[in-house]
Design a protein around this ligand. Structure first.
Ligand code: HEC
Length: 429
């Protein structure tokens, strides 16, 4: 069969040209159960909001995608090309012709949305918050951490994980750390159940430090994230006993909202030959003290700071890059340098927006050789002219390792496996 390419001599129609584009680039979030405020699936969904859609697509506000695609192309890239934007706006300007009706794609998509999981079956384990949290209507953001203890009969091989929530619309982003706690003398229950990182009890976070000596895995959710799976042979092992620390950043809520969140785990009997691991560089991770100049930004100032980390271990194959800053972050760049070799770009966010973070999956994994240097450069704008600066007037912003959201961070998380020859040819699409 010959696939029909959209031709611009021809007027675009909905079912042939527009719906595939909307489903691929918008409906991951604009569907029931996901983060966006309305669905974009059917002809009616799209025509009802066509003026608005045109505006946000032309301005580049939607779909949210902050990475510089010219620097690195990621497998989960969802920015629209100029041709795609033209298809959409030409169609809207031509009064939105339907073309030949074919509702197969939308039925299939709605069926997947109703199943409530991005995976092909029900989860083997769901770790949920011990009790629901009420996001109160106070116009403020809330950064909460919930402790979820677990005890399994046996360790289990994880083939997929997925964040789950009764209401993703209330959440900006979430992340979860799985900490194994083997020592039975360390109680999983006699510490705080939850901590408000901006609240009076923020210091109770310290009660969890005994759990944090080891970390098996660190995963996250941002709007648009679906189930996380790994290439064949890869995965990680869920420990028998430990805690999951689930951090949830709630946006300001227009009404009191109940939020109950957790993580779905899908296990496999197949052995995991290559364990997926995470390294954290910068704030809260390796090289924190080498960030230079230190992450301290006076009100009214901007700051560019750098970190160089020499990588001395065995070569690794990078699968995902996950840059992280907070609210006055402006630009983030990471790359690898080696003596007498070309620079390897890792990720660049030219215009950081903490509301639209992303876990970037490499199309072609990056091989990090022994002796390479990982460079991270962050720019922070603590002036009044930064529209995302939460402080008017700006106040001094520090980074002293407390987990508070009103402090700053410059962190690069990398998900990887030990390198094996042939990884150069892996594709993560
Ligand atoms: C990563 C998730 C995500 C993707 C992908 C996405 N959206 Fe959105 N969209 C949202 C969220 C969340 C909101 C509400 C918050 C906001 O407006 O900032 C939103 C809001 C909107 C709005 C309302 C804007 C406003 O000012 O109120 C429109 C229109 C829209 N999206 C269209 C689109 C279109 C068209 C696409 C695809 C080309 C798309 N979105 C892709 C998450 C997404």
């Amino acid at each position: 069969m010959i696939m029909r390419q959209p031709s611009y001599a021809q007027k675009p129609t909905f079912y042939r040209d527009v719906q595939p584009l909307i489903h691929a680039n918008c409906a991951v979030c604009h569907r029931p159960g996901e983060a966006a405020p309305f669905s974009l699936i059917t002809y009616e969904d799209v025509t009802k909001r066509s003026k608005f859609i045109k505006k946000v697509v032309v301005s580049g506000y939607m779909p949210p995608w902050r990475a510089d695609d010219h620097y690195v192309t990621f497998a989960n890239k969802r920015s629209l090309t100029p041709e795609q934007i033209k298809t959409l706006t030409d169609w809207i300007d031509a009064d939105m012709p339907k073309g030949k009706v074919n509702t197969e794609a939308e039925s299939a998509l709605l069926k997947r949305a109703q199943a409530g999981t991005g995976y092909s079956r029900v989860p083997d384990l769901t770790l949920r918050m011990l009790k629901p949290f009420t996001v109160v209507r106070d116009g403020k953001e809330h950064f909460m951490v919930f402790k979820i203890p677990f005890g399994l009969a046996e360790t289990a091989n994880v083939e997929a994980v997925e964040f789950t929530s009764n209401n993703k619309k209330a959440i900006h982003h979430a992340n979860f750390a799985i900490h194994p706690v083997e020592d039975p003398a360390i109680s999983l229950t006699n510490t705080a159940e939850q901590v408000d990182l901006n609240g009076e009890d923020a210091s109770r976070y310290r009660e969890w430090l005994p759990y944090k000596k080891q970390m098996t895995y660190y995963g996250g959710w941002v709007p648009g994230t679906t189930v996380e799976t790994y290439p064949a042979d890869m995965g990680w092992v869920m420990p028998k006993r430990g805690v999951m620390l689930l951090t949830v950043h709630f946006g300001p809520s227009a009404k009191d909202t109940i939020s109950l969140n957790g993580v779905n785990f899908f296990f496999t009997k197949k052995p995991i030959r290559r364990t997926v691991k995470v390294i954290s560089l910068g704030s809260g991770g390796i090289g924190e003290r080498d960030i230079s100049p230190p992450l301290l930004v006076f009100g009214g100032d901007s700051l560019t700071t750098k970190l160089k980390v020499a990588y001395r271990n065995q070569p690794i194959t990078l699968l995902y890059a996950w840059p992280h800053m907070h609210q006055i972050g402006k630009r983030f760049t990471a790359f690898v340098t080696q003596a007498d070799q070309d620079t390897i770009p890792l990720v660049r966010i030219p215009d950081w927006d903490f509301r639209w973070q992303e876990i970037y999956r490499y199309e072609k994994p990056v091989i990090l050789p022994t002796g390479a240097v990982i460079n991270v450069i962050g720019t922070y704008d603590n002036t009044e002219s930064n529209p995302l600066n939460p402080n008017k007037p700006p106040k001094i912003i520090t980074s002293d390792g407390q987990m508070r959201s009103d402090q700053e961070m410059m962190t690069l998380l990398l998900l990887y496996v030990a390198y094996e020859p042939g990884d150069e040819n892996l594709r993560l699409n």
